[in-house]
Ligand binder design. Structure first.
Ligand SMILES: NC(=O)c1ccc[n+]([C@@H]2O[C@H](COP(=O)([O-])OP(=O)(O)OC[C@H]3O[C@@H](n4cnc5c(N)ncnc54)[C@H](O)[C@@H]3O)[C@@H](O)[C@H]2O)c1
Length: 281
């Protein structure tokens, strides 16, 4: 496939670009920053003119795409002012979705976020493990945009029944070098309660994206994408009893199984995470 990856210079994007290329895809990264080279075009995605033009073609680089992986965003609350986060992220996503539609690209996979599940869970989740079955609970401007983007996608696929937009609600993205810090998490069960002790290895994030791209369907769907385990060595029963007493359990919890349910991604996308911090040396 000829694939545009927005945000291809970022933490998740670098891994995604590398892994898609390794699988044989023809990938061009569209990002505001990056190293000059054949696989990168510098684009300010808040500018619709630049966005549609770069998606339709760029001299000496490409003449169109079969699919778009949209990752470009301010990736968390608290990096910029709330209003700057809102304006950048919602505008970039509208521009990318709209440009995809205008260019006739029907295969769009993009980064939503675990935050829509109600992070940082100062209000406890409705049940554990959390899944895609309850309405979004954005608690920050960043998360509000992720929620609005999912709503936008629902309407866009209604307007164009041939369009596919898949939202991947990624957990906290980790690179192998991040795993050295994990041993310390066990000291304080509250330190990582904000996302139910979840994470996702960037390589498995890339796997989820590839599977979503290859999924032959139309319409909108959303999937939680997390590692198969938590960041903790302490067992789930103990953590949940201490930090979220009284929250109903939707099913029996494995000892260290993820509490961000990936059952739907496993079942529908065939997602099968293969990287765990426990195996990192
Ligand atoms: N990192 C995480 O833990 C995490 C968790 C859940 C979801 N996500 C989502 O995954 C995606 C990638 O996150 P990341 O951690 O790689 O972030 P990152 O900040 O490392 O990369 C994002 C990239 O987007 C680019 N970008 C932002 N605004 C742009 C604009 N207006 N024009 C052009 N390029 C622009 C940046 O230059 C950057 O290279 C984001 O959508 C983020 O919200 C990240």
């Amino acid at each position: 496939m000829r694939i545009a990856v927005t945000g291809g210079s970022g933490k998740l994007g670098r891994t995604v670009v590398r892994e898609l290329r390794r699988a044989g895809d023809d990938v061009v990264s569209l990002d505001a920053v990056g190293e000059r080279g054949p696989g990168f075009v510098q684009v300010d995605l808040t500018d619709y003119g630049q966005t549609i033009d770069a998606i339709l073609g760029v001299n000496d680089r490409h003449d169109g795409f079969d699919a778009i992986v949209h990752l470009a965003a301010i990736p968390a609350p608290g990096i910029l002012s709330d209003v700057a986060t809102f304006h950048n992220n919602i505008r970039v996503t509208y521009n990318v979705f709209q440009a995809a539609r205008r260019a006739g690209i029907r295969n769009v996979v993009y980064a939503s976020s675990e935050t829509v599940l109600g992070l940082p869970f100062d209000v406890p989740p409705p049940y554990i493990p959390v899944d895609e079955d309850y309405p979004a609970r954005p608690e920050s401007t960043y998360s509000l945009v992720k929620h609005l983007e999912e709503q936008m996608a629902i309407e866009l696929v209604r307007w164009d029944p041939a369009l596919k937009i898949v939202a991947l609600r990624f957990s906290n993205v980790m690179d192998p070098e991040d795993y050295a810090a994990f041993a310390d998490f066990d000291d304080d069960p509250w330190a990582r309660k904000w996302n139910l002790w979840g994470y996702i290895d960037g390589r498995d994030g890339a796997q989820a994206i590839r599977r979503a791209l290859e999924w032959d369907t139309t319409g909108f769907d959303r999937f939680i994408i997390a590692a198969a385990d938590t960041v903790m060595s302490r067992p789930n029963d103990e953590l949940v009893a201490e930090v979220f007493p009284g929250v109903p359990l939707k099913r029996e919890l494995g000892v260290n199984d993820t509490l961000l349910s990936i059952d739907k991604a496993r079942r529908i996308l065939g997602f099968a995470p293969t990287h765990s911090w426990r195996d990192a040396t």
